[in-house]
Design a protein around this ligand. Structure first.
Ligand code: GLY
Length: 306
């Protein structure tokens, strides 16, 4: 058994490890239960209740789950008024013939499925959101807000230190398969309706129990262009080792020279019990959680910088 998660996943690690250890549920249920705790934890500023809103001050969260044995995916994007979006994505996977729901449709499904309507935006986030936006607007834009073009504001409001993180959980077990789950509030002050990579199969996550799984944090605009997670799993299918597969994906990210460029952290596992967590161009030390089935509890480790 192998379980890895990014550092932001801390509130749910013990829950997921305990459920994986006891084996009373399938691995995806265990990971979604852990991620629900991350989404509810207001100290985590990139996921769920603690996350940052879009440019209109509205929380729009993204999440996904993938069962690597069946390659079933459930995904939700730009969901309003909902904190446990990974659980909602899991319900999409279990109940619908669709893979992905977004916006009002995702919220409608949440209500049909018995999810509460949540007040996701924290008062403090609302205050910081408006203060930051105010700095960017002319008096005329402020007077007209929100009926003013938002795209010009997007050029200057980007705050790379505060945006685009995510939580990602991956588990690999010879008998229970290899699976992935993600959740994020996405790019802070994003244009309304922007989806990151966390709900996009192949970009922010991919799993195939025969070979392995990958999931990415940080700049979704990079991994969506390169289909980073799918690249890694496909490379392993074609015979690459895990570290060569990750290197191939990093080389592809490195080939991007125009458009919005930023850092990416790749988390990956294979079916042989190996794992890699690699920091491509993110500032500061990146850490992740590792639990190998024999450890008494998960340990925090440092990612490789590439
Ligand atoms: N990786 C998270 C995002 O781009 O929203």
């Amino acid at each position: 058994m192998l379980f890895i998660a990014n550092a932001e996943g801390w509130p749910g690690i013990a829950t997921t490890v305990e459920m994986l250890r006891s084996g009373t549920t399938d691995s995806l249920t265990a990971m979604v239960a852990g991620i629900s705790k991350v989404e509810a934890e207001t100290k985590v500023r990139s996921v769920g209740h603690g996350g940052w809103p879009n440019m209109l001050g509205v929380m729009e969260c993204d999440a996904a789950v993938m069962d690597g044995t069946t390659r079933a995916v459930g995904s939700v994007g730009a969901v309003p008024d909902t904190i446990p979006v990974a659980r909602l994505a899991h319900e999409v996977m279990k109940q619908l013939p669709h893979v992905m729901l977004t916006g009002a449709g995702a919220r409608r499904f949440a209500t049909e499925t018995g999810f509460s309507v949540d007040d996701v935006l924290l008062e403090d986030s609302k205050r910081v959101w408006w203060e930051r936006l105010e700095q960017e607007m002319t008096p005329e834009q402020k007077a007209a807000f929100p009926n003013t073009p938002l795209a010009p504001l997007l050029k200057t409001i980007t705050d790379p230190e505060r945006v685009r993180d995510t939580t990602v959980y991956l588990s690999a077990d010879p008998s229970r398969g290899i699976h992935a789950a993600t959740s994020t509030s996405g790019w802070a002050w994003k244009y309304p309706g922007r989806l990151g990579d966390s709900p996009i199969p192949g970009a922010g996550f991919y799993a195939d129990s025969r070979y392995g799984a990958a999931a990415c944090t940080h700049t979704g605009e990079m991994t969506m262009r390169c289909a980073t997670s799918r690249t890694i799993v496909l490379a392993m299918k074609l015979g690459y080792s895990l570290s060569d597969a990750v290197k191939l994906a990093v080389d592809e990210l490195n080939e991007l020279t125009d458009g919005f460029l930023g850092g990416v952290v790749i988390h990956a596992v294979d079916a042989k019990g190996n794992h890699e967590v690699v920091n491509f161009r993110c500032q500061g030390e990146i850490r992740y959680w590792l639990w190998d089935g024999a450890m008494p509890e998960a340990e925090l480790r440092a990612a490789k910088t590439i």
